[in-house]
Every structure is written in structure tokens, then in C-alpha cells.
Write a new protein. Structure first.
Length: 379
């Protein structure tokens, strides 16, 4: 008897296609895919060899009878299909952000608990191999007691990327939803999962973006930047979400006597001068990882007062799926543990809607921009 778990995919773009590959890689059967545009969903289904294609999510749940649904659409389109899937009794794998608001994200988390379905939340760059290495080093006392973490990144994104979901809060856009979720997941995986306090500031540096038809894949949106931005017939959409953020947090660590301070600094449109990086500082040393999501290499600072590059341990390298892209590889790492859990097999702990709802509530608080104190009266 074929006991493969059946998966229904929601979304035809980069995420939906990547989720398809990830579930197939761990032995699940992708039985259907749903998208907005009939011609696009049929084309993707043919390309990926998926037997069922539809634009009607509720009907697809009935027709495909999936064990798992995988949500790969922008965050603003998550609430309804996830609600329907949970009520249908499906386990849910969802890309970040969980929804466009803390209240709706919390509602989904509570509904999943009530219906006793398993959930996975794909703020999945905590599976980067050098992040896993850093977690081992910190746990083994390589830096003593953790004191402080610094996450710095500047993406220099093109200002004229066509207007779409990434420009709108209600659609799940913004750098907090699509960058901070990964960063906080990375830091908590190394330091400790309990967040004690948070404050922050956000800024919309963009203002507007050109409206262009035919953009279906987030990864190829740069290919659609208009050649003539001064064309008087060109229409523009207004951004209403942050492109830059600065966040301060305190985390509890099981190996630190005091809360660990964390700085998250990200400029989506700003150019970088030196490498983006993540640094973990402690009482006896430090760990520096190049790259905004810890791509590597990794360096340690110890008693000899110099930075020393450490090779990736072979056991960590051996555990990594043999996939080229970081995003795709990290999806598969998460899917692997999620599927093991559903099957009742031993699994490593993974992030669920618990973290997804928490992160969305934190983002709502940060976006209020009400942490500054007016000091003009002192001058």
C-alpha cells in the first residue's frame, strides 16, 4: 500500500515551486497546485509534473484530499486558505510571514492547536550550515557567556522593482516580514528562543514603484523594470511599508546570567561598504559570520586576540541537502523535520505557527514607531 503523504501546494511562483521540490525530496507526493491565473497554474503544473491544477482552493482541498498543504503565496493571501485547510484537517507548512497582522496570525495558531494539526513556519535560514556551527560553538562555551549579538545588512535593492506585494503592508510586504523574520529566527536558534523585550524604528525610503504587468515570479521581478522610467504613460503604485528597520531586543539564554542584547540593522535600499555580517559576542570571545543570513565563512576571536577562520565541521556538511540555493536547501531541512513529525518518527524541533504568530505580533509593535522619547525640552 502506498503510504506517501499527499501535499497540495498553494502558489505558483518561486516559493510554491521550491516547496514542491522540498516535499518531493523527502518522499511526499505532490498531488496538486493552486494559483490565481489559469494559464500560469497549468503551465507550472506541467513544468513540475503535478497532476492537478486549479484556481479554486476550496475545491482543490476536496478533490485532492491532502494530508499537508504548503502555502507559498505572499503573506497577505495566507489567512483564508490556511483557515480552510486547518478546518479541513490538513497539516500546514507556511512561508513567512504567517499573515499580515499579529491578530490574524495568532488566530491561525490558536485554530491549529484547537484542530490538533501540525504546523511549520518557514523562517528557515536558521538551517544555514554556519549558523548551525555557531549554535554548537556557543553551546559548548566557545565565547563564554553570550553578551551581545549584531546583525547588519544592506541590500541595495533596485528602487524601480515593479510594484507588487512587497510594497504593501496588507499584502505581507516590508523588510520586517521578509528579512527580520529570518534574522530573529537565526539569533534565537543560537542564543535561546525566549525573547524578553523589543523596540524599534522603521522607515519607508521608497515611496513609489512602477506598475508593470506580467510579473509572476518574485525571483525574476528585476527583469521587468521599465527601460524608460520617464515614460509619461507609466503608472506608479505607492509603498506603505518599511524598507529600513532598526530593532533592539533582549533574549534569555540558558548559558548567560544576564539578558543578551541584540541589534538588528537592515537597509533594504542602502548600499553596503563592507560585508553584511552576524556577530555573537561573549565574555571569552566572539564568533563572526560573513553574509546577511550567515552564508559564511565563520571566524572566532579567542585568547590569541586574532580572528581565525574555522572550517565547517564535516558532520554539519553531511547533513545538508545537496541543493544549490540557500533558500531551497533550508526549506528542505525544515520540511524534513516536519514530515518526520507527522509520520511519528524522531525529529529535531522546528518552528511552527507559535513562532509565526509571535513574530507577527512583534512586527506590529515595531511598526508603531513609538519607542523614541522627545528630548527637545532638554535643549
Amino acid at each position: 500500500m502506498d503510504n506517501k503523504l499527499k501535499v497540495l501546494i498553494h502558489g505558483t511562483g518561486f516559493a510554491g515551486q521550491g516547496h514542491t521540490d522540498a516535499f518531493r525530496a523527502v518522499g511526499a507526493e505532490v498531488v496538486g497546485i493552486v494559483g490565481r491565473t489559469p494559464s500560469v497554474v497549468k503551465k507550472v503544473a506541467h513544468k513540475k509534473g503535478i497532476p492537478y491544477a486549479s484556481t479554486d482552493w476550496e475545491q482543490a482541498l476536496k478533490d485532492c484530499q491532502p494530508d499537508i498543504v504548503s502555502i507559498g503565496t505572499p503573506g497577505g493571501a495566507h489567512y483564508e486558505p490556511i483557515t480552510q485547510a486547518i478546518k479541513f484537517g490538513c497539516h500546514v507548512f507556511c512561508d513567512k510571514p504567517l499573515t499580515d497582522s499579529g491578530d490574524s496570525a495568532l488566530e491561525l495558531y490558536e485554530l491549529a492547536k484547537q484542530k490538533k494539526v501540525k504546523t511549520a513556519f518557514a523562517s528557515s535560514f536558521r538551517y544555514m550550515p554556519h549558523i548551525i556551527h555557531a549554535k554548537q560553538l556557543v553551546a559548548n562555551g566557545a565565547i563564554g557567556e553570550p553578551l551581545e549579538v549584531e546583525c547588519i545588512s544592506h541590500f541595495n535593492l533596485e528602487r524601480d522593482i515593479p510594484f507588487g506585494w512587497s510594497h504593501r503592508k496588507e499584502a505581507g510586504g516590508g523588510r520586517l516580514n521578509n528579512n527580520f523574520t529570518h534574522k530573529v529566527s537565526i539569533v534565537t536558534s543560537v542564543i535561546g528562543e525566549k525573547i524578553l523585550s523589543i523596540s524599534g524604528e522603521v522607515r519607508d525610503d521608497l515611496g513609489k514603484a512602477p506598475i508593470v504587468k506580467g510579473v509572476h515570479n518574485f525571483k525574476t521581478r528585476r527583469d521587468h523594470i521599465p527601460k524608460d522610467l520617464n515614460d509619461p504613460s507609466l503608472k506608479w503604485g505607492e509603498s506603505n511599508v518599511e524598507w529600513t528597520y532598526t530593532v533592539l531586543a533582549q533574549l534569555e539564554s540558558p548559558i548567560a546570567s544576564k539578558p543578551v542584547s541584540v541589534l538588528f540593522k537592515h537597509g533594504g535600499l542602502n548600499p553596503r561598504f563592507n560585508e553584511d555580517h552576524i556577530v555573537f559576542y561573549g565574555t571569552k570571545g566572539a564568533i563572526y559570520i560573513k553574509g546577511h543570513y550567515g552564508h559564511g565563512p565563520l571566524y572566532t576571536w579567542k585568547e590569541n586576540k586574532t580572528w581565525e577562520e574555522l572550517p565547517l565541521p564535516q558532520d554539519i556538511a553531511d547533513e545538508q541537502p545537496n541543493i544549490e540555493g540557500d533558500t531551497e536547501r533550508n526549506w528542505q531541512c525544515l520540511v524534513r523535520e516536519f514530515v518526520k513529525d507527522i509520520k511519528g518518527e524522531p525529529f529535531a524541533p522546528y518552528q511552527s505557527f507559535k513562532e509565526g504568530s509571535l513574530y507577527q505580533q512583534l512586527i506590529d509593535l515595531i511598526r508603531k514607531n513609538d519607542n523614541s522619547i522627545d528630548v527637545r525640552y532638554l535643549q
